[in-house]
Design a protein around this ligand. Structure first.
Ligand code: FES
Ligand SMILES: [Fe+2]
Length: 422
C-alpha cells in the first residue's frame, strides 16, 4: 500500500524523549502512522515507512552530510563517530539501510523439509521463515494479530503456529485457522487477521528476506549481488557444501564497526592476528569493488605456515562483503558466513555459519581444530571492535583517515551515504 509521508513543523507530543532538547520551531520532522510499506516521499526517493517513527530530518541530514563520498579516498575522512553511536541515526539507518533491499537471514538447509521453520530478528522486524505443507517457502512477520505476542520461537518442524499467549493458531501459509473465544465478537473477519507476509527468496545456499513491499524488476541474484554473481560462483560459493555448525557472538559495538574491521583490506592482520598471518600471503592481497559487493582475495601462506600438515585456509582465500551486513568467506574446503545483526547503536550480534566440503564432514579432528582457529581470530576481532567503539565515543575522536588498502571500507561508507541521504 502506498503511504504518504508527512512533514510536520512541531510534533512534540510524539517526540521520543531523546530528541526533545534538540527541538526548535524551525526543525522539520517526518513521521508515519501506518503498517509496513513502501512510500515515495516528497524527497522523491522510494523509502520504507515505519509505524509511529519520528525523525528530526535536519539533524539526520546534518549527520549524513558529514561524510562526502565524492571526495576521493586519498583526501577523504571517515564518517563521524556519531554514525556509530547516535540513537536517532541508528533508527533512521534501520529503515533506510536494512528494510529496503534483500537481506541474508539464514541458509536453505534450515528449511529443507516441508514444515521446517526458523525465526529471527532484523532490526526491529521479527520474522519467521518456513516451508509450508506444499513445499513452498514462506516468510511472515512473526507477530500475532491478537495482542502482538511473538508467535514462533527458535526453529524446528511444525504443522501450524500456535500463539503461546491465547492460543490463536495460524497455518504455515499464514492464514488464521483458529481464534479462540472470538465467536461472539462482531465485525471479526478472520480471513483478514492472518500473518503479514514478507518477501523471501533463495540464492545458492542462502535464504534472503525483503521487508519493503515495492516490486522490483531485476532477479534476486542481480538485485542482491549485482555483477559479482559470476565471481562468487567461480570462487566456490555454492550449495555443494555441507552445513557444520553455527556460532553466535554478542559484541558491544555498533554493527558498522564489525563491518569496517572486515573491510580494511587485511591492514590489521599482521598486528592483530599473528596466528592467521602465517596462513596467508598478504603480498597477494587484492580487492575488487562491485556495485553492492566488495571481494577481497588473498593467496595462502607458505607451507611453513602449516602445522603438522594441518591447512584450514588452503591455497586461496576469498572474502566477500555483501552490503550492508553479510560476509562470505571461502577458503580451502571451508565456507563461513558472518551475518551482522544490529541490536542497538552500541550492540550487535554476529552469526557465524560454517559449511565444509562434504568429503571432510566426518573428519572430527580437522573440524575441531579449524573451528578453534577460527574462534581465536573471531575473539581477537571482538576485542578490537569493542575497543574501537569505546574510542569512537571518546571526546578525543571524531573522524579518521583511510589507508589505500581500506578501499572496500570507503566503498561501504559511500553505499551507506547513498542510502541515507535525503
Ligand atoms: S497475543 Fe496471540 S493469541 Fe493473544
Ligand atoms: Fe580480523
Amino acid at each position: 500500500m502506498m503511504m504518504m509521508m508527512m512533514m510536520m513543523d512541531t510534533i512534540t507530543a510524539t517526540m521520543p524523549e531523546f530528541l526533545t532538547p534538540k527541538l526548535n520551531s524551525t526543525s522539520r520532522y517526518f513521521t508515519t502512522h501506518s503498517e509496513f510499506g513502501d512510500s515515495v516521499s516528497q524527497f522523491g526517493r522510494r523509502r520504507l515507512v515505519y509505524p509511529s517513527r519520528v525523525f528530526a530530518v535536519s539533524e539526520i541530514s546534518k549527520l549524513v552530510a558529514e561524510f562526502d563520498p565524492e571526495i576521493p579516498l586519498e583526501r577523504a575522512s571517515t564518517p563521524p563517530s556519531s554514525w556509530y553511536s547516535d540513537p536517532q541515526f541508528y533508527r533512521f539507518e534501520l529503515d533506510h539501510v536494512f528494510y529496503g533491499g534483500w537481506q541474508a537471514v539464514g541458509y536453505s538447509e534450515q528449511i529443507k523439509d516441508n514444515r521446517d521453520y526458523f525465526t529471527g530478528r532484523l532490526g526491529e522486524v521479527e520474522f519467521v521463515v518456513c516451508r509450508d505443507e506444499n513445499g513452498k517457502i514462506q516468510a511472515f512477520h512473526n507477530v500475532c494479530s491478537h495482542h502482538a505476542s511473538i508467535l514462533a520461537s527458535g526453529n524446528g518442524n511444525k504443522s501450524c503456529f500456535v500463539c503461546p499467549y491465547h492460543g490463536w493458531t495460524y497455518s504455515l501459509s499464514g492464514s488464521l485457522l483458529k481464534a479462540t473465544r472470538m465467536a461472539e465478537i462482531e465485525n471479526f473477519a478472520s480471513n483478514e487477521m492472518g500473518l503479514k507476509s514478507l518477501k523471501v527468496a533463495l540464492w545458492g545456499p542462502f535464504v534472503l528476506l525483503k521487508v519493503a513491499k515495492a516490486e522490483t524488476d531485476g532477479s534476486v541474484a542481480s538485485e542482491w549481488l549485482g555483477a559479482s554473481v559470476e565471481r562468487l560462483s567461480q570462487g566456490g560459493v555454492d550449495s555443494s557444501l555441507s552445513f557444520i555448525c553455527r556460532r553466535e557472538y554478542i559484541i558491544y559495538c555498533n554493527w558498522k564497526v564489525f563491518c569496517d574491521n572486515y573491510l580494511d583490506g587485511g591492514y590489521h592482520v599482521p598486528y592483530a592476528h599473528k596466528g592467521l598471518m602465517s596462513g596467508l600471503d598478504l603480498e597477494t592481497y587484492s580487492t575488487t569493488i562491485f556495485d553492492r559487493v566488495s571481494i577481497q582475495e588473498c593467496g595462502g601462506g607458505s607451507k611453513a605456515g602449516e602445522k603438522d600438515g594441518f591447512d584450514r585456509l588452503g591455497s586461496k582465500a576469498l572474502y566477500a562483503f555483501v552490503y550492508p551486513n553479510f560476509m562470505i568467506n571461502r577458503y580451502g574446503p571451508w565456507m563461513d558466513t558472518n551475518l551482522v545483526i544490529p541490536l542497538g547503536p552500541r550492540k550487535c550480534k554476529v552469526v557465524f555459519d560454517y559449511f565444509l566440503d562434504p568429503s571432510l564432514k566426518d573428519d572430527e579432528a580437522f573440524i575441531k581444530r579449524s573451528l578453534e582457529e577460527s574462534e581465536r581470530v573471531q575473539l581477537e576481532d571482538v576485542v578490537l571492535c569493542e575497543s574501537v567503539q569505546r574510542g569512537l565515543e571518546s571526546p578525543a575522536y571524531d573522524k579518521g583517515r583511510y589507508a589505500l588498502v581500506e578501499k572496500p571500507m570507503h566503498h561501504f561508507h559511500s553505499l551507506l551515504h547513498q542510502n541515507l541521504k535525503l
